[in-house]
Design a protein around this ligand. Structure first.
Ligand code: OAK
Length: 806
């Protein structure tokens, strides 16, 4: 390989022998030890470095080819990434799995034990962060020049433990042992300002920050599958400026005071806010957001300047995707850079800004729509607030001229909410400052444009598009389910489906092949056995996602209690089930934590009762994360997607489970609708109110108690909860359902329980169930994140591949 300075580097070899040689040399030179005295951690780190070296080579080639072609770049700005464990992915993508396996064994290590030392960087909460990771995977796989920007939180999403059934949060010090996958890049450090005031000099505004913090980048490699391309995700870590260490105070023995400014600076990237779909209006969070935006934009501008000198080209060379509103300060920040620092006139800058940015909305929940107090934003970022006011003036002028006299509309669309408190509305700013706004499933986009963002859709209909989410088939089929993957490849006669998931449709023909069905059943069964949670012959009924009342884990729990009560009453005729829950609740979300506590109490009662043995079991492994998801998903027979219709933007777990041959029981919500359309209504268990019906019921005088009185089984289940049958836990859960039932759990209960009877009936015909399972996989190819990225490219980014020589 010819590197830019003309130095020849030998290419690293991938035969087992070459790989082992390199491992031994890394063990010796980079860990300073030998096989005889190496610990398992030494072996893990060495293996990681040896694999990383292979990808680093490809990375160098990728960077050179991308630089050479000076393309339009896709930059993904996201406060969260849930990348998942790196080792197995990097082994697969670099084609070194087998060599590594052999090398480890030759050195006396057990590969599974070494793989277990790989700690996933949990730098996200849930769907939004995992989607970001799947999109990066597909961008690299499709050879798109792209960089993900994010924050390198010292502490990721908390580690969940259960104490007496209650969720306890422990810090997730994910990089405690160091992170072998990370490349620090201290030479690209950025300086970020906060607070201060705005001066005017020679007719130009100059922001004089009152505090500066350094942003130090490091990056992780994002390899494409089946290609040489290796992109990066660049993560920023806050570092104190050396001037913030007060040597005078230190010398005077005031140790805590000497470092207090430095500590405050570094707190910016200390911890991920553990709120999923709720806005946390704290100043530190706003600081995090600006920190991400400021560092990333400076880096993007630096990269632009490597090849371009004319600002006019900026918009055509740069597509920046804003992952929800968390990075939306990028809009006023780029205006500030262009107008205040580069001297462009306002209109010119605004047209470049609009050309550059696009915005994805990931929610419909009003409480997730971010707003920031005007006072707080103005104190922290005085110049940005001025710029937001100027943007607002332009927006309101356009609204007034399009809708003369419609004062209410002006009030609704303003970037500033006036009462009861003055707030900056980040979603309004996002739509105003971008070319395109997209929702993440058909229904979501439809609801966005007809409710939350309706006024903006009236004004600018062509700025809205739908891009239905997708998931990486490499991670969520190939890595998660080697058994299913091998069977798919043998059935299809190739493994090209890994990069063209529509080819799964070829499995449809195999549903008529009894031996294929038998193998399919066996593969699902062994995934259950490997998970080790319950009888592999039982129906594995899986609900894995963040805990939120709108997702309705409480509905699943009512069903479990009903099954249990039927068992206790004798003559139970349902099929044996293992019901598996996984997920975390935001630490301050008491109602969700109550549901977790109640599930654990019900699990304890059911699992200890001999009457339920062999019929019903409830599993709730703690600390659901990507690593655990990869074990659970292949084992699932039934996928629970039971949110109140009109609340789940898309869901992506639903896609992962479908692709792994689970059948869905679900409402007509989010991407469930598109899944059902594709797999066929006969292969999907539908229940419940649809979005218009749910909305209508919610807007009237809904009386949850009517359902309680009308339905004996529902009443018995709620009474059991209330009467303390599960150890006194759950009083609040029952009260909230009976008094308010915000998410129509009781209204959907009967329809849900009846649909579950349909599940039992279907499960009894195992051969037919298997056919339905295969059809779910065969018809779910659309839900590849490769298709999602292709849609973004066509509708939004308009960027093209740069192929890297192999
Ligand atoms: C998190 C914070 C703020 C706003 C939204 C989220 C979020 O995670 N939303 C989820 O995004 C996923 C990816 O688009 C969707 O599949 C989920 O439905 C949505 O809840």
């Amino acid at each position: 390989m010819d590197l830019r300075n003309g130095v020849e580097l030998r290419s690293l070899g991938n035969t087992p022998d070459e790989f082992r040689q390199d491992m031994l040399s890394n063990l010796y030179y980079r860990r300073g030890t030998t096989v005889e005295s190496a610990s398992a951690q030494d072996a893990y780190e060495t293996l990681a470095l040896t694999v990383r070296d292979r990808l680093a080579e490809r990375r160098a080639r990728t960077a050179a080819a991308q630089y050479e072609s000076n393309p339009r770049w896709v930059y993904y700005l996201s406060a969260e990434y849930l990348l998942g464990p790196q080792l197995e992915q990097n082994l697969l993508y670099s084609g070194t799995s087998e060599a590594a396996h052999k090398a480890l064994e030759a050195c006396g290590f057990k590969p599974e034990e070494i793989a277990a030392l790989d700690v996933e960087p949990g730098l996200g909460n849930g769907g939004l962060g995992r989607l970001a990771a799947c999109l990066l995977d597909s961008l690299a796989t499709l050879d798109i020049p792209a960089v993900g920007y994010g924050i390198r939180y010292d502490l990721g999403i908390f580690r969940q433990e259960f104490q007496d059934g209650r969720q306890i949060e422990r810090p997730d010090d994910w990089a405690f042992q160091g992170d072998p996958w990370e490349f620090p890049a201290p030479d690209d450090v950025q300086t970020v300002g906060f607070y201060g005031h705005v001066d005017e000099r020679d007719g130009r505004k100059v922001w004089q920050p009152g505090e500066v913090v350094l942003g130090e980048p490091s990056h992780l490699l994002v390899p494409g599958y089946g290609t040489t391309t290796v992109n990066i995700v660049r993560l920023w870590r806050a570092r104190a400026h050396q001037a913030s260490f007060d040597l005078t105070r230190f010398s005077a023995g005031q140790y805590a005071e000497a470092v207090q400014d430095a500590v405050r600076a570094e707190n910016i990237s200390k911890v991920l806010y553990p709120d999923d779909s709720t806005a946390a209006g704290r100043e530190l969070r706003l600081k995090q957001q600006y920190f991400l935006v400021s560092c990333s934009l400076r880096d993007i501008v630096r990269r632009f300047r490597l090849r371009n000198s004319d600002w006019d080209a900026f918009g055509s060379k740069t597509a920046i995707q804003l992952n929800d509103t968390h990075p939306v300060l990028a809009i006023p920040e780029l205006m500030r850079l262009l107008v205040d620092e580069e001297g462009l006139d306002w209109d010119h800058a605004w047209s470049l800004v609009r050309q550059t940015f696009n915005y994805t909305c990931h929610t419909l929940l009003p409480e997730a729509l971010e707003t920031w107090p005007v006072d707080m934003l103005g104190r922290l970022l005085p110049r940005h607030l001025e710029i937001i006011y100027l943007i607002n003036a332009g927006l309101l002028e356009e609204v007034r001229s399009r809708f003369p006299g419609d004062i209410d509309r002006v009030r609704r669309m303003s970037l500033i909410q006036e009462t009861p408190e003055r707030l900056v509305r980040m979603a309004n700013l996002a739509v105003t400052g971008t070319t395109m706004t997209n929702g993440v499933a058909e229904l979501h986009t439809q609801l966005l444009t007809s409710t939350v963002l309706r006024d903006f859709h009236d004004l600018w209909p062509s700025r809205f598009a739908n891009v239905t989410n997708g998931v990486s088939p490499r991670r969520f089929v190939r890595l998660a389910s080697p058994g299913i993957s091998a069977l798919i490849s043998s059935g299809l006669g190739h493994d090209r489906w890994l990069t063209d998931l529509s080819l799964l449709s070829g499995l449809e023909a195999l549903t008529g092949d009894a031996s294929f069905r038998e193998q399919w059943r066996e593969v699902k069964r062994s995934a259950k056995a490997a998970l080790g949670l319950g009888d592999p012959g039982a129906l594995m009924d899986v609900m894995i996602k963040r805990f939120h009342e709108y997702k309705r884990q409480q509905l699943k729990l009512l069903h479990v209690i009903t099954l249990y009560q039927r068992i206790k009453a004798g003559g139970y005729d349902g099929v044996p089930r293992t019901v598996l829950f996984g997920g975390k609740a935001a630490p301050a979300y008491q109602a969700a934590k109550n549901i977790i506590h109640l599930i654990n109490a019900v699990a304890a009662a059911v699992n200890a009762d001999p009457a339920a043995a062999g019929l019903l079991r409830v599993a709730f492994p703690a600390n659901y994360n990507i690593t655990l998801a990869e074990h659970i998903i292949p084992a699932a027979d039934l996928s629970e997607q039971i949110s109140m219709a009109g609340k789940e933007a898309s869901g992506t777990g639903n896609m992962k489970l479908t692709l792994n041959g689970a059948l869905t029981i679900g409402t007509l919500d989010g991407a469930n609708i598109e899944i059902r359309d594709r797999v066929g209504a006969d292969n999907f268990f539908l229940f419940g109110l649809d979005a218009p019906a749910a909305l209508a019921l919610r807007s009237g005088p809904y009386q949850p108690r009517d359902h309680y009185h009308a339905d004996d089984e529902l009443r018995a289940a709620l009474d059991a909860i209330r009467s303390g049958a599960f150890g006194g836990v759950g009083h609040d859960v029952a009260a909230s359902l009976l008094d308010r039932d915000e998410y129509l759990t009781l209204a959907d209960y009967r329809s849900y329980v009846d649909a579950q009877a349909g599940v039992d009936a279907a499960w009894r015909d195992q051969d037919h169930w298997t056919t339905m399972s295969i059809l779910n996989t065969a018809r779910a190819g659309f839900f590849s994140s490769d298709r999602t990225v292709t849609d973004y490219l066509d509708r939004i980014w308009h960027a093209t591949p740069v192929r890297v020589e192999g």
